[in-house]
Design a protein around this ligand. Structure first.
Ligand SMILES: *Cc1c(COP(=O)(O)O)cnc(C)c1O
Length: 500
C-alpha cells in the first residue's frame, strides 16, 4: 500500500466527512465561471439536463466524485443566472461573495443557532444592526426567518395575539374561535402571502378586507376607515391594518403614517410589509414615505432581497417582544430543559442556551441566518447599503427618463422605489390588445437575447415591462441596455410588419 492512498475507512459511513477543500476545489472553477455570466441567460434547456438527473432512488450510491461531477457539469453549468448584471426580473437576487461564504461557514460551525457559539451572538447582533439600519427603536425585537412570507406570518401572529389580549383572550392558547369574526385590512396591492398568513392564523383568507387603490395607486382611506368602523359596530374583531412598504408590482409605498393613524386611533395593530422595500428608507428621496416609522407595530423585511444574502433569509421586527413571545411560545419538552451553569460562561457550549429565543419565530431547529447579514453589514457598512439603494433608485429613474423621452416608449407608473413600469408603444398605435401582445413578444425576445432580463406585470389594465433594480451586480449601464434592447426588438417587430 503506497502512502498516497487514502486512509481506509474506520467505520461503515458512506457519506464523505473529510476532504472539504478538495470538494470545493472541484466546484469552484465552475462557480467562478458561472458568476461571470458569459453564457446566454437561457442556459441549457430542461430537455438537455433533466435526463442527466432524473432516475429512480439509487439502491447504491455512486460516490462523492460522481456527485461533484454532476454538481459541476449539470447544476452549475445550467444554473439560473439571476445574478447576471442585466437581470431585473425578480425581487430576489444572487448572493454576493461574502454573504454566501458566511452561509457556508455557518452550515458547519453554527448549524443550530440557539447554542453558545459566535454565530449565536452574531445573530442577535445582526438583528440589532438591521433594526438600527431600518431606524427602528431599540425596543423592537428582531428575528431571522426563512423569508418574507414567514416574516409576515410572524408579524401577524403577534397582531392576532394583541387583538385577543384586548378582549382578555390568549389566542395562541385558546384558539382563534374564542374571538368573534377576526379581520385584517390591506390594500389591493398587498402581497399574496398576507392572505395565506390570514389562512394559517385561522383568521381566514376571505377575512382580509382589500381596499381599492385609484389610478395614482393611492388606497381609498375613507373606504378603509369605513370598513373598520362597520366591522367594529357589527362586533367583529380587527386584528391588523397591513401596509406595503414597497409593493412588488410597481414599487409603491402605501401611505404608512395615514394607515397607521387609522389603525392606532382604533387600538388596532399596524403591520408593514417591507420584505422588498423597507430599506428604501435609507434614501433621502423617498424617506418621507415611511413616515414616523418608529411608530409601526411590526415589520417584515427580506435580507435575501435588497441585501442579497442567500435565499432563505427573512426578518421580522415586532415592537412588543412580550406579545411576540406569547404569540409563538413553544412548550419545552423534558429533553430541552437546560440548567445553566453558574458564572459568565458555560463549562461547555452544550451546557447553556445562547441568546435569542425560539419563542420569537416559527422555527425550532434553524440555521444561523443572521451570519450572512452580519457579514454584509460588516463588509460594506450602512454607507455601502445606502449606496446600493441609491444606485437602484437611480436605475429606475433612468428608465423612466428614457420612457418619457423616447416617442416609442410610454411610462406606465412613475417609479417610487427601484421598479419602473413602462411599455413599447409605437406612434399611432391605439389597439390596447395589440400593444399588450407586442410587449409580451418584446419581453420574450429581449430575454432570449440575454443582455437584459426584465419581467412583466399589469399596470392599470396594460401589460408592462417591469424591471426591478435590486441587483448588486447591475447598474446604470444595465438600465440603459434594457431600454436599448426593448427599442431594438420593438422596432424590429414593427419593421417586420406588426401593426396595432
Ligand atoms: C418577496 C415579498 C414577499 C414574500 O417574501 P418571500 O421572501 O418570497 O417569502 C412578501 N411581501 C413582499 C412585499 C415581498 O416583496
Amino acid at each position: 500500500m503506497s502512502t498516497t492512498e487514502p486512509m481506509p475507512p474506520t467505520h461503515t459511513e458512506a457519506a464523505r466527512t473529510d476532504g472539504l477543500t478538495e470538494a470545493l476545489e472541484r466546484v469552484l472553477p465552475g462557480l467562478e465561471s458561472f458568476l461571470r455570466f458569459e453564457q446566454n441567460s437561457g442556459a441549457a434547456r430542461r430537455s438537455v439536463w433533466l435526463p442527466q438527473i432524473e432516475e429512480p432512488l439509487p439502491a447504491e450510491g455512486v460516490g462523492a466524485d460522481e456527485v461533484l461531477r454532476l454538481l459541476d457539469e449539470v447544476v452549475i453549468a445550467n444554473g439560473l443566472p439571476i445574478g447576471h448584471p442585466g437581470f431585473t426580473g425578480w425581487v430576489t437576487v444572487a448572493p454576493t461573495t461574502i454573504t454566501a461564504t458566511a452561509a457556508l461557514v455557518g452550515a458547519f460551525t453554527a448549524p443550530q443557532r440557539w447554542w453558545v457559539h459566535p454565530a449565536n451572538s452574531i445573530e442577535d447582533l445582526a438583528t440589532r444592526w438591521l433594526r438600527d439600519l431600518l431606524t427602528l427603536p431599540p425596543n423592537f425585537q428582531g428575528v431571522f426567518v426563512s423569508g418574507g412570507a414567514v416574516a409576515n406570518l410572524v408579524g401577524l401572529a403577534a397582531a392576532r395575539q394583541h387583538a385577543g389580549e384586548r378582549l382578555g383572550i390568549d389566542i395562541s392558547r385558546d384558539g382563534i374561535g374564542a374571538v368573534p369574526s377576526p379581520r385584517i385590512y390591506a390594500t389591493t396591492q398587498v402581497h399574496d402571502v398576507i392572505g395565506r398568513a390570514a389562512g394559517i392564523l385561522g383568521i381566514g383568507r376571505d377575512n382580509v378586507h382589500y381596499v381599492d387603490v385609484d389610478d395614482a395607486r393611492r388606497p381609498n382611506l375613507d373606504a378603509l376607515r369605513q370598513a373598520i368602523d362597520e366591522d367594529i359596530a357589527a362586533g367583529r374583531t380587527p386584528v391588523a391594518v397591513v401596509a406595503s412598504a414597497g409593493d412588488v408590482n410597481t414599487g409603491l409605498v402605501d401611505p404608512i403614517d395615514e394607515m397607521r393613524t387609522i389603525a392606532h386611533d382604533r387600538g388596532i395593530w399596524f403591520h408593514a410589509d417591507g420584505a422588498y422595500g423597507a430599506l428604501g428608507i435609507l434614501d433621502e428621496r423617498v424617506r418621507h414615505l415611511y413616515g414616523d416609522f418608529a411608530q409601526i407595530d411590526s415589520l417584515a423585511v427580506d435580507p435575501h432581497k435588497w441585501l442579497a444574502t442567500p435565499v432563505g433569509t427573512g426578518a421580522a421586527f415586532v415592537r412588543d417582544a412580550d406579545i411576540l413571545g406569547r404569540a409563538l411560545t413553544v412548550h419545552r419538552g423534558d429533553y430541552a430543559q437546560f440548567q445553566p451553569t453558574t458564572g459568565p460562561d458555560p463549562g461547555s457550549p452544550f451546557d447553556e442556551l445562547g441568546v435569542g429565543s425560539p419563542d420569537f419565530g416559527v422555527d425550532f431547529s434553524t440555521p444561523s441566518r443572521g451570519l450572512a447579514v452580519w457579514a454584509l453589514l460588516k463588509e460594506v457598512g450602512a454607507s455601502g447599503i445606502r449606496a446600493r439603494i441609491g444606485k437602484d433608485l437611480d436605475c429606475a429613474r433612468r428608465v423612466a427618463d428614457h420612457a418619457r423621452r423616447e416617442p416609442d416608449l410610454e411610462l406606465l407608473a412613475e417609479p417610487v422605489l427601484s421598479i419602473c413600469c413602462f411599455r413599447f408603444r409605437p406612434d399611432g398605435w391605439a389597439d390596447d390588445a395589440a400593444i399588450d401582445a407586442l410587449n409580451d413578444d418584446i419581453v420574450h425576445a429581449v430575454r432570449a437575447r440575454g443582455r437584459a432580463i426584465p419581467s412583466t406585470t399589469r399596470v392599470r389594465g396594460h401589460n408592462a415591462i417591469r424591471p426591478c433594480f435590486i441587483n448588486p451586480r447591475g447598474g446604470l449601464i444595465d438600465a440603459d441596455a434594457l431600454v436599448d434592447e426593448v427599442l431594438t426588438v420593438g422596432r424590429a417587430l414593427v419593421r417586420d410588419g406588426r401593426t396595432g
